[in-house]
Design a protein around this ligand. Structure first.
Ligand code: MG
Length: 471
């Protein structure tokens, strides 16, 4: 616990503006600077989804999650850009490196957002000066715009950075709190999803101020412990620390409850692909590798099974996770089973030994990340980037790509789609997440136990403000 009382702390929340588009503009200003641009999956097919729109594009009505076709209707001269996650990660690291020059207490929240506790920063000058300095350096050294919130705690800092975009510098204190955030609709409050907002509106709470004035006891009846917590936050009380270190994870898992039960194994395989992609990404982000791959299957009659395979070498590669999961599926799926939930968990985690960059360099010729290489080079087993990983599997592959040859193109499409949704989560994680469930780190356990329903847009990656720091 920070010995300082919450009011004595100074926390910045740094949020990059239109991050993906800005990275492209910074790299190729001739083509992209000050233009209506959108990063979108599969722009060439028009079936993709807009992940990020530049502010120029937003002014013309382009929004994230629009389809490319919709976006082009709104803004016919929109410049579409294929995602380049390598580029974003590179900029992301540079962004956090700059922030870390001012304090070691930097908590990365997503690819383009972090908190920095600058209470003890040796920087001479006020917090506002420091924030301005950081903003200037982002601009001058990286050509990236950002908004910064300044506040006595994480919650308020996050709220503050959201108030002025792009290039805002906003301070919220316990004294201006009532003017600045109480008039806002409660759904704009960080930590309140649309579901919670709905429940709140049912009991007559529509603004953050309403929430601040609410009786916490009445609230805990309605929303449990979280009710009291929300009232605290609305009053600007947040004692959560800016933690640069994450608690070690024991396992990383994702599961999806499907809107419709699946009966075809190949459809299940495509879902496993999405899951493997998410689990792999998360493990890689944490520089962790795992030695066991477990799948969870819940059938239409709610019976749930888990099946596990131990790998010869620990891994975080999507390809291996997917191969192993599919192999487990084909081995253990009962005949005629209808499946309503699928999950993958990577267990027995340990720190990655090889440098991450080497391990996860995408195959040449794709700018869309490593996963695509698998499906653009023919069969799974022929894939060159997958070759060495194949060896790391202890079990023999019990499946064969020939099992679903006609699905190959669909897989590619789905994979692109999952990259886009993943990118959306990276970029707009908190919004998307709070619309879904807020889940803790043993999310897969919870999902299995409580049968949480969701869609593929739901991601169990974040539990703030309920203590987790997972991003
Ligand atoms: Mg941002």
């Amino acid at each position: 616990m920070n010995p300082q009382s919450p009011t004595n702390r100074t926390v910045l929340h740094i949020d990059m503006n239109a991050f993906y588009c800005s990275c492209h503009a910074a790299t190729d200003p001739q083509r992209y600077h000050a233009r209506a641009t959108a990063v979108a999956g599969s722009p060439e097919t028009r079936h993709g989804v807009v992940v990020t729109a530049s502010y120029e594009a937003r002014a013309r009505g382009v929004r994230a999650t629009m389809t490319v076709a919709q976006a082009l209707r709104a803004c016919p001269d929109l410049v579409l850009i294929k995602p380049d996650f390598h580029l974003y990660r590179r900029f992301s690291r540079a962004v956090f490196d700059i922030v870390r020059e001012y304090t070691p207490d930097v908590e990365v929240f997503s690819i383009d957002e972090c908190w920095a506790d600058v209470t003890h920063s040796p920087f001479l000058g006020s917090a506002t000066d420091l924030a301005r300095k950081i903003q200037q350096r982002m601009d001058q050294e990286l050509n990236l715009p950002c908004s910064i919130g300044i506040a006595p705690n994480k919650f308020l800092a996050k709220m503050a950075s959201d108030l002025q975009k792009p290039r805002g510098l906003t301070e919220i204190s316990l004294t201006n709190l009532s003017e600045v955030i109480w008039p806002l609709p409660v759904k704009q409050m960080f930590g309140v999803g649309s579901k919670t907002a709905q429940r709140l509106s049912q009991i007559g709470i529509s603004t953050i101020g309403d929430l601040a004035a609410a009786n916490p006891d009445r609230f805990s009846l309605l929303l449990g412990k979280r009710g009291r917590q929300l009232v605290d936050l609305a009053n600007g009380r947040d004692t959560s620390e800016v933690t640069s270190m994450q608690e070690p994870l024991k396992s990383i898992g994702h599961s999806i409850t499907l809107a419709n039960d699946l009966s075809r194994p190949e459809e299940m395989a495509t879902v496993l692909l999405n899951l493997a992609d998410q689990v792999g990404r998360r493990a890689r982000r944490h520089r962790l590798v795992g030695k066991t791959v477990q799948i969870t299957l819940r059938f239409a009659n709610r019976r749930t099974i888990t099946r596990e395979q131990t790998l010869r070498e620990p891994t975080a590669l999507t390809e291996v996770l997917y191969d192993t999961a599919v192999s487990l599926l084909y081995r253990h799926l009962p005949r005629d089973a209808r499946v309503r939930l699928l999950g993958i968990t990577l267990g027995h985690l340990q720190a990655e030994k090889a440098p991450s960059a080497e391990m996860h360099t995408p195959a040449k010729g794709t700018s869309e990340g490593i996963q695509l290489s698998l499906f653009t080079t023919g069969s799974l087993s022929e894939d060159t980037s997958g070759q060495s990983q194949q060896d790391s599997l202890s079990g023999k592959h019990s499946h064969d790509t020939a099992m679903f040859p006609q699905k190959k193109r669909d897989l590619t499409k789905l994979l692109r789609l999952s990259q886009v949704t993943d990118a959306l989560r990276d970029k707009y994680g908190e919004n998307i997440v709070i619309r879904g469930r807020m889940l803790t780190q043993d999310e897969s356990q919870q999902l299995r136990q409580h049968g949480v329903r969701g869609t593929s847009l739901q991601k169990d990656m974040l539990s703030w403000p309920e203590n987790g720091k997972e991003t």
